[in-house]
Design a protein. Structure first.
Length: 326
């Protein structure tokens, strides 16, 4: 009697780009391993690779074996690119070219933490919603203007998925497994990982501003939360400073030191990013969006938008519709 052949496992390639840590890589591999163990079938077959094929240093002297070098000949069903910082990469141009070729034939491409940066550098996230870790959000937004930057913990947009990293990695991996398998399996994996509550991608990142090891900076965090909560009716810098209990000069110093911008400029950019998302994801009129993002007139909105993104709001919407109609 011939053996019964079950469904083929989903082939997953995990591309690790230094720097990486055990806490960053662990949730990715553990969720896949537990899915197989709990289900009793080989649901996932994964392979860890590095740009040059060398083992990946994880900090504290630990290493993770790379089973191959990442190249254009890689074949998989799901590609995960993971990195936790931006360091110079030897052969970067060749790596990005390989990344583009592999992604063109891969049904699902994901980036975790700075992995999203590498995908964006290869042009693979243009026109997609991208969950960007708070520590690189400003720089990412300025460099990759064709991406729709999100402050959610993860985003799943068509054949692309991104995650801000950290503790959200487990939530992200569980959400991805839920797309392939049943909820009961996901809940059992969560139990095994000690995850008490499954978070959806709608949850926003918590921004941990730090002034020194172990010391939080609540004033800056409070100021940013005020900005986020007052998009439609923006507050003046003096009002924000008074509400968080510091002087305007102290507020400006904090923003300049940690975010590289004055409060007013950062606030304006925050509102323009919000407007860009609405232009690309909602059916609201340009006038409605301008008012919802705190602009007194459509003309002011149009001028500020063009100065920031190089196109007017109406051109942005038209370009977006044309790109997605192809």
């Amino acid at each position: 009697m011939p053996a019964v052949v079950g469904p083929q496992p989903l082939r997953v390639v995990i591309a690790l780009i230094a720097p990486c840590s055990m806490s960053g890589v662990g949730p990715v591999i553990d969720t896949l391993r537990l899915a197989n163990e709990i289900d009793g079938n080989a649901l996932y077959a994964w392979q860890t690779v590095s740009p040059d094929g060398r083992d990946v240093m994880l900090g504290g002297g630990a290493t993770l074996k790379a089973q191959a070098a990442f190249g254009a000949d890689i074949e998989c069903d799901w590609l995960i690119v993971l990195s936790e910082g931006l360091h110079p990469l030897g052969g970067q141009r060749a790596f990005l070219q390989s990344l583009t070729r592999v992604a063109s034939s891969t049904p699902l491409v994901s980036g975790i933490h700075h992995g999203a940066w590498w995908l964006a550098s290869a042009g693979l996230l243009d026109g997609y919603r991208v969950a960007v870790n708070w520590d690189m959000a400003q720089q990412f937004t300025e460099q990759f203007e064709s991406c729709i930057v999100s402050q959610q913990i993860f985003e799943i947009d068509r054949d692309r998925a991104t995650c801000c990293g950290g503790q959200a990695t487990a939530d992200f991996m569980l959400a991805m497994i839920a797309r392939h398998h049943n909820r009961e399996l996901v809940e059992r994996i969560a139990d095994a990982l000690g995850v008490t509550a499954l978070r959806s991608g709608d949850e926003r990142q918590r921004i941990p501003y730090v002034t020194a090891p172990g010391e939080r900076h609540p004033r800056l965090n409070d100021a940013l939360q005020l900005m986020e909560a007052n998009i439609e009716e923006p507050l003046a810098s003096d009002e924000i400073a008074a509400l968080v209990g510091i002087s305007r000069r102290q507020l400006e110093r904090l923003f300049k030191q940690y975010l590289g911008a004055m409060p007013a400029k950062y606030y304006l950019n925050l509102r323009l990013i919000k407007a860009r998302t609405q232009l690309q994801r909602s059916s609201q009129s340009v006038v409605q969006i301008s008012l919802a993002c705190g602009f007194a007139s459509a003309a002011h909105f149009s001028n500020a938008y063009r100065e920031r993104f190089g196109v007017t709001p109406r051109e942005e919407r038209r370009n977006w519709i044309e790109r997605n109609a192809r």
